[in-house]
Design a protein around this ligand. Structure first.
Ligand code: SF4
Length: 341
């Protein structure tokens, strides 16, 4: 059996924000483990809490209005208890992040070479000029930028969107992090370039064994690259599964909706989910009980529990899958088999 090496352990993570309109419960009681060399996908519509979960892992939500609880351990270190100095060390060398929009991650006034160099120098302050230059060229080569020596002197606007995302990945990986958090890394790119960027991430993962946490609204992307998946809805994990299980026997009504949307897609519309009826709830005013109940076709089958009781994650179908739903296991598996493929 394959040995597992957890590099990130998240336990009972909750994040809320104070706003003038009230408290936004963005993430509620999220737990998961990410293993070395593996990819865990987090999928859900916008407002599901997936991006707040990701930024909490970098402690990027530390504004005065945010309250975070739970535990986040990175290679055995407690990120929640880390000092600002320790955090600076952890960011980049242990965990790095790639966002959706490469333009906002790059500084338009500096050459891309200077930006890769700067990221390297933060963690290698004594590196010589020639070592830094070699590292810049090496990273640009790794991420597939042709003619890297010349192109390192160019500015972000001189690159296409796909090439800019490659530069962002080079910056993220220049210090060989153990964990890469990729938040919708291909959403802004066209379909062919999306596939190239995903392939690039996977080949770099195969080379250095980093773990990837991939945040996306696109189940097609999950199917291509993830090994395990968390489905989030209204700030909670509603299903946790192996990717094969999620597609074969999904066990949560929200996942059934997402999968129904995916199967309706052709290539030209990939990534645009056919909407599940109704809209996600406001995180300021979550429905009682199961937050999905106003949109759920099965909420009348559970003697009123759906409207009053928050369901816990429990194994309902395949061994490595669990879902938060009041439906009986037999019913879940029966419908899951019909929806899965
Ligand atoms: Fe639907 Fe009830 Fe399950 Fe929520 S708990 S997903 S409302 S059946």
């Amino acid at each position: 059996m394959e040995a597992s090496h957890p590099v990130l352990i998240v336990e009972n993570l909750s994040v809320s924000f104070e706003t003038p309109d009230g408290i936004v419960h963005a993430v509620n009681d999220v737990s998961f483990v990410l293993h070395r060399g593996k990819t865990l996908g987090i999928v859900g519509e916008s407002g599901s809490g997936k991006s707040v979960t990701a930024s909490s892992l970098m402690r990027l939500n530390n504004s005065v209005t945010a309250t975070t609880s739970g535990s986040v351990q990175v290679s055995g270190k407690d990120l929640m208890a880390a000092s600002d100095d320790e955090l600076r060390q952890i960011r980049g060398s242990e965990i790095a992040m790639v966002f959706q929009d490469p333009m906002s991650a790059l500084n338009p006034y500096y050459t891309v070479g200077a930006q890769i160099a700067e990221a390297y120098e933060v963690h290698h302050p004594n590196a010589s000029k020639s070592e830094v230059q070699m590292k810049v060229i090496d990273m640009m080569t790794k991420v597939g930028i042709p003619n890297p020596e010349q192109r390192s002197k160019d500015y972000p606007h001189q690159f296409s969107g796909g090439m800019r995302q490659r530069i962002v990945i080079a910056i993220a990986l220049v210090n060989d992090p153990k964990i890469l958090i990729a938040d919708e890394p291909t959403t802004a790119l066209d379909v062919t370039v999306q596939a190239q960027i995903l392939d690039l991430m996977l080949s770099l993962q195969a080379e250095n064994g980093m773990a990837i946490l991939l945040i996306t609204h696109d189940l097609g992307v999950i199917a291509e690259v993830a090994r395990d998946v968390l489905v989030m809805y209204a700030g909670r994990v509603v299903e946790k599964a192996d990717v094969e299980d999620l597609f074969e026997i999904p066990t949560h009504p929200y996942s059934w909706g997402l999968l129904g949307a995916v199967s309706s897609l052709d290539d030209s519309h990939r990534g645009q989910l056919k909407t599940i009826e109704g809209a996600p709830p406001s995180l300021l005013n979550l429905p009682t009980g199961c937050a999905f109940h106003p949109r759920c076709t099965y909420s009348s089958e559970n003697n009123g529990q759906c409207e009053t009781l928050v369901p816990s994650l429990m194994q309902k179908g395949p061994e490595h899958s669990s879902s938060a739903c009041h439906l009986q296991s037999a019913r879940v598996v029966q419908i899951g088999r019909e929806v899965g493929k």
